[in-house]
Design a protein around this ligand. Structure first.
Ligand code: ATP
Length: 375
């Protein structure tokens, strides 16, 4: 596949800023480098500025400040159709009276391509639409129509493909299937994909790199695993899955380099946290731990865990959901925390509500965040 032939380098946003005419700042001094050929996701809640960022890259919205480059080329003020960029939106915008093949051929023909038939065939095969070539859009399912929209964008050989919640209109099952499909297509064509979504699972499933956006700014950027296991802010910790956040006070530091740890007192129990997962300079912080990393055992039974054990928790809810059981635990200081336990059969049943349990986790899974941040 030679689609990436025209690719000319990384997409680089420098100090990109958008103030709308009513004075609202939707995007604040964004600095981003999206490597050529990567699958990049811009993830954040509704209204955080994702679409505005995408529209500035597409040229549909003018930046108030900052620059947009693809490789060495400055496209900040280029007309939308002059940019080596294409966008796939959630509403497919297909021509209802044209066949699928004609829909896909429309762009190249308008730009003067005499007979793009080979290329149309190639793109239809890539998007698994060969058998639908002669049909009209109304005869296709939602997922197939979405693939036609993608085919129409890919045939233009953009350097960068922008995807604005492209799977938003699909039901959950089809959405999951299309996520895998999109990832396959991106790997095959090797173009830069910039995917905007508010769905954390979608971003994590597909993207090599995820940038978490909040209130017009990037809070954290990295590989999905890195963001999930080592969030730097309470916003990221809560937006990507669930987190338990427990107030703690730093009482000491030990070791150096990779072995360095911080000791944190949580309501009388001292926990150890890797220094690389400490994201506050203050002595007060939030100790964060993912629910699936929380280990519990009825009081008096041995808790096979190397971490510090918190005792005196009570099970206040046990919800069996097949692969796992979700426990809500009330800690002695009144806070409720969550534990997701895999149902391996080891326990031979649920721990009943009302049972007193000991709680622990492996030290390497915990992180420490700034206590001034909201939870
Ligand atoms: P969603 O997922 O809901 O589309 P988003 O993260 O893509 O959200 P944007 O569409 O970029 O968010 O909007 C960011 C903010 O800018 C929102 O608060 C929105 O109300 C505001 N906004 C968008 N367009 C305009 C405009 N033309 N004038 C003023 N404010 C705007």
């Amino acid at each position: 596949m030679s689609l990436a032939d025209g690719a000319r380098g990384d997409l680089k946003l420098t100090g990109l800023h958008k103030r709308y005419p009513n004075g609202f700042v939707a995007v604040e001094s964004l600095d981003l480098v999206i490597p050529q050929g990567s699958f990049f996701a811009l993830l954040g809640p509704s209204g955080c500025g994702k679409t505005t960022t995408l529209r500035m890259v597409a040229g549909l919205e003018e930046a108030t400040q900052g620059t947009i480059h693809i490789g060495e080329q400055d496209i900040t003020y280029a007309k939308p159709y002059k940019r080596p960029v294409n966008t796939v939106f959630q509403n497919y915008a297909l021509f209802p009276h044209l066949t699928i093949a004609e829909n896909v051929a429309f762009g190249p023909k308008r730009r003067g391509a005499k007979d793009p038939i080979d290329r149309v065939k190639e793109i239809l095969a890539l998007t698994e639409l060969t058998e639908q070539a002669g049909k009209k859009p109304a005869q296709l399912s939602g997922g197939q129509q979405q693939r036609v929209a993608l085919a129409r964008a890919l045939i233009n050989r953009p350097d960068v493909l922008l995807l604005d919640e492209p799977l938003g209109a699909l039901d959950l099952k089809l959405r999951r299937a299309m996520q895998i499909e999109l990832k396959r297509i991106q790997e095959e064509v090797g173009l830069t994909f910039v995917h905007v979504t508010h769905d954390q699972e979608e971003a994590m499933t597909m993207a090599d790199t995820v940038a978490v956006m909040n209130k017009g700014r990037i809070e954290q950027m990295g590989a999905p695993y890195e963001l999930y296991t080592n969030p730097r802010t309470t916003f990221v910790a809560n937006f990507l899955g669930r987190s338990n956040l427990i107030k703690g006070t730093v009482v000491g530091r030990e070791g150096t380099g990779d072995d360095a740890v911080v000791k944190v007192d949580m309501h009388g129990t001292v926990a150890t946290i890797k220094a690389s997962k400490v994201h506050t300079t203050s002595d007060e912080g939030w100790v964060g731990i993912r629910p699936e990393k929380v280990l519990i055992q009825p009081e008096g039974q041995s808790l096979d865990a190397p971490g510090a054990a918190l005792s005196g928790a009570v099970v206040v809810d046990a919800s069996y959901i097949g692969v796992s059981t979700d426990y809500t635990l009330r800690m002695p200081w009144g806070q409720e925390i969550t534990c997701f336990e895999q149902n391996t059969g080891r326990r031979g049943g649920l721990i009943p509500v009302g049972t007193k349990v000991d709680v622990s986790w492996r030290p390497e899974f915990a992180f420490l965040l700034d206590s001034a941040q909201d939870v």
